[in-house]
Design a protein around this ligand. Structure first.
Ligand SMILES: [Zn+2]
Length: 137
């Protein structure tokens, strides 16, 4: 993963390949409980995906919103914002980093075949559901 996020011109860069041609695929809203566990993700404000397996979520639900981008090489990047006790943490969410890696792994074949687009598909929603059902800490 690249650590550079913004080009000298101010363009958002792909976290995998630094490409500046990026498209917003969707928003990911995170909800958690009082025990710092993720309960569900709401995608684009309309698709609710419950968390089937316990996942640690280190931030309180105060506007935890994440932006899913895809570069024109097909890599996903997530930019995350987590409100927590009055401050907003920018791009510190390891769960979202894990989800990014999971999505990039699942869509490797599509990238190799250059068969992908920049909309929130049911395939991507299914991968997010898969991610929420696997066991992690
Ligand atoms: Zn890329």
């Amino acid at each position: 993963m690249s650590t550079r996020q913004i080009s000298d011109q101010g363009y958002l860069l792909c976290k995998v390949c630094d490409f500046e041609y990026m498209h917003l695929v969707g928003t990911i809203e995170a909800h958690d409980n009082d025990s710092y566990e993720l309960t569900k993700l709401v995608i684009n404000g309309k698709h609710t995906i419950d968390c089937q397996n316990k996942k640690k979520y280190s931030y309180r639900s105060q506007g935890n919103i994440h932006l899913l981008y895809r570069c024109e090489e097909g890599h996903f990047s997530i930019i995350s914002f987590d409100g927590h006790k009055g401050v907003v943490l920018f791009d510190r969410n390891t769960l979202m980093n894990d989800l990014t890696m999971f999505l990039n792994e699942k869509t490797k074949d599509d990238r190799d075949k250059k068969q992908f687009d920049f909309v929130m598909s049911y395939a991507i929603l299914g991968y997010i559901e898969d991610f929420l059902s696997i066991e992690t800490t």
